[in-house]
Design a protein around this ligand. Structure first.
Ligand code: PLP
Length: 246
């Protein structure tokens, strides 16, 4: 497919960018001890960009925000791409999402009902679908996610006990970029809050094991890693700035 063949110059730029980010991730991880997964956030970017990083930089984890865009890209790109859905999750889109065979994880589960819909729609013949619970640590109205506390534990418990086609991987937050910037060299309160949530869920749900933390984006991933992130979602510093939302 011609639309999947990236221009040589674009390939070079993307590979340079992702290698620079990989180096920064590794450097930040050295003080933290663990090496987090780098999710390349490709929303609103052409499939040829993804193909370029797939072929020339062996990148496998990509993040997308819009269901139809993800459906289209998943159908045209290699089957071993590990897709992360990181957009705001609507109940009426859960079945479509769960039908994507190589969807690796839905990072934005923020209601019991949505967990149930994903679980019910995931075919018996398909691999178990990983999920993160999204927590609104900054309390901003514009952000999705459950408030920290009892509800997070309740939804986690529901996924572990009642959703055989889902696996709870961990917790996710976006956090406030303003707060990230304002904190300077200090710890970011939102990331701290997610770490506390993780500990609470692990303590209250026996046998859930060690949960992962999805936090950190282009502007604050190094701080997120220092605070224990195991999954960073990075878009603009790899792909360049995005066109305005559709
Ligand atoms: C767009 C997006 C990102 C990537 O943002 P950048 O600032 O471009 O790195 C990460 N997480 C979520 C949830 C997003 O919507």
């Amino acid at each position: 497919m011609s639309t999947l063949i990236p221009e040589a110059e674009r390939v070079e730029t993307l590979v340079e960018n992702i290698n620079a980010i990989r180096a920064r991730v590794q450097a930040a991880a050295q003080t933290a001890g663990s090496c987090p997964r780098l999710v390349a956030v490709s929303k609103l970017k052409p499939a040829s960009d993804i193909q370029a990083l797939y072929s020339a930089a062996s990148q496998r984890h990509f993040g997308e925000n819009y269901v139809q865009e993800l459906v289209d890209k998943a159908a045209s790109l290699p089957a071993d791409v590990q897709w992360h859905f990181i957009g705001s999750l609507q109940s009426n889109k859960c079945a479509t999402l769960a039908g994507i065979p190589n969807l690796y994880v839905v990072e934005t589960v923020d209601a019991l009902k949505k967990a149930r819909r994903l679980n019910d729609a995931r075919g018996d013949e398909m691999p178990v679908l990983n999920v993160f619970i999204q927590v609104n640590t900054s309390g901003e109205e514009s952000k999705s996610g459950l408030a920290p506390g009892a509800e997070v534990v309740e939804v986690a418990k529901y996924i572990v006990e009642s959703c055989p086609k889902l696996k709870l991987l961990g917790l996710m937050t976006i956090g406030s970029i303003a707060r990230s910037k304002a904190s300077g060299s200090e710890e970011n309160e939102d990331f701290k809050s997610l770490v506390r949530q993780k500990i609470q869920v692990e303590q209250e749900l026996e046998g859930v094991g060690e949960l992962q933390l999805s936090m950190g984006m282009s502007e604050d991933f190094e701080e997120a890693i220092r605070q224990g992130s195991t999954n960073v979602r990075i878009g603009s510093v790899i792909f360049g700035s995005r066109p305005p939302k559709k």
